[in-house]
Every structure is written in structure tokens, then in C-alpha cells.
Design a protein around this ligand. Sequence first.
Ligand code: MG
Length: 276
Amino acid sequence: MMKSLILCFLNLLIIFNINIFASENDKSFQEQSMLSVLYVQTSAEFEANNIQTYNSAKDILDFALSDDSWTAVLEQKSNYADKPPAIIIDIDETVLDNSKFQGRTIISGLSYPNGWIEWVNEANATPVAGVKDFLEYTDEKGIKIFYLTNRLESLRDATQKNLIKLNLPFDTKEKILFMREDPDERDKTSRRELIAEKYRVLLLIGDQLTDFVSTDEAYVFHKERKKVAKKYDQMWGKKWFMITNPTYGRWEYSLYDQFPESEEEAIKYRKEVLKR
Ligand SMILES: [Mg+2]
């Protein structure tokens, strides 16, 4: 009971993008993400890992295309063999690299959502390594590409502009960009189902568990989250491809079994997890 209340509170914080830690005077809390952001921005290892993921996804695409019993969407259960093929791909940290924005938050000491809308409107995010090549290959095969993001509907034009600016495949004749229409609804399941009504979905690609499963399944404490990853061990690297995101995400919220009320408390909880 207590846990579900805490989860409910955590969800509210996330839904309303409340960051109780944002403070202009003390940058030390935001600075804790410095190494992970630098890893994403500068390391050859991260670059290689993303190219590796997209090369593997490319390799599997032909096989998935030829096997009409193949679907990557859990909700797609029957009558899909004759549907045209598609893939569903998340945007932030899967297609677009926002680490420059993350860097700004470390320098300013103010975290998301401060400055986020300005950053999106600049439409200057760069592509994640390997994604352009993968999406062009997918497009050449006649496979429809659906972008499924939790960016708010109000950011649609800027998002589309950024993708087109990078010359990524973008079909303007059909609705292939799915945003978060209801600010309170972060679950992507119903949008995946909508796509799966018309298409056979070959692959899912994302950087968060919720790019593959429901929020009900993914919004749990960290030990349970790892069990969810294990539960789908037959999917990873076959139908589902995960891009590593060490800089932010639900994984961080899942560290706290009581939501911290201050930066000091958050640090205390983080250290407790380390000791376990
Ligand atoms: Mg993402």
C-alpha cells in the first residue's frame, strides 16, 4: 500500500515535470550527471555501442521482413501477416542526441524541464551514431518508419523540422510522427496498438523500458525493473533494440523507495543503493 502511494506520488512528479531539486545557487546536484553526459558526448565506446546496435538491427530486418509471423509488438496477436511492414522508433536519445542540452543543465545547475522547450525549438539535436544509416536502409526496403515520442504535441513542428534537417526518412504524406497528445499519458501502449492495427511491426527501438512495455510494467522499483528486462530476454537484440541512456530516465526514479525531499536526501538514497 505504502509503495503504491509512493509510486503514485512519483508518477505525479514525472507527469507534471516537477523537479524539486532545481536550484540556481547550488549546481552540485546537477553536476552528478557530468560523467554520464561526457560519456555520451565524447566516448568512442558509446559511439561504437550505438553503431553496433543499429548494425545488428539492420542485419535482422531482412529476416523479419520475410517471416510474416514475425511481430515485435506484444499487443499484436493475430491477423497481421498480410499487413504492410513497419518499425517503431523512439526519438529522444534513440534518434536525436540531446546531450548538448544535458550539458547546459549541468552548467546552469537547472535541470529538465528548464530550457527544454527552447532546446527543442532550436531543432539542432544531432543524430545518434548509426541511426541514419539504419533508417535509410529501412526506408529503401519499403518499410514504414513510425517515430513514437513522449515529446508534447506542441513540439511537433520543431521535432519534425529537426528530423528533416538531418535528412532522416520522414514520410509527410502519412501520420508517422506520434507525439504525447495527452500531457498526463506517458504510456506508449495505445499508440503502439494504433500503429499495429494497420502494420506488421518488425522492430521496436528505444532507450527506455516504456518504449517496449507498458508504464504499469516499467514503473516499478529498480530490482523489479531488472526482472522485467530478464522476462523479455528472448526479445532483446532480436525484436527489441535498446540504446543505452546513462544520463536520465525512469531507472533513476526507481532508485528511491521513498521520494527524497531534498538534494541531500537524494544523495543519501543513492549511496544506500550503492552499498546494497
Ligand atoms: Mg527516449
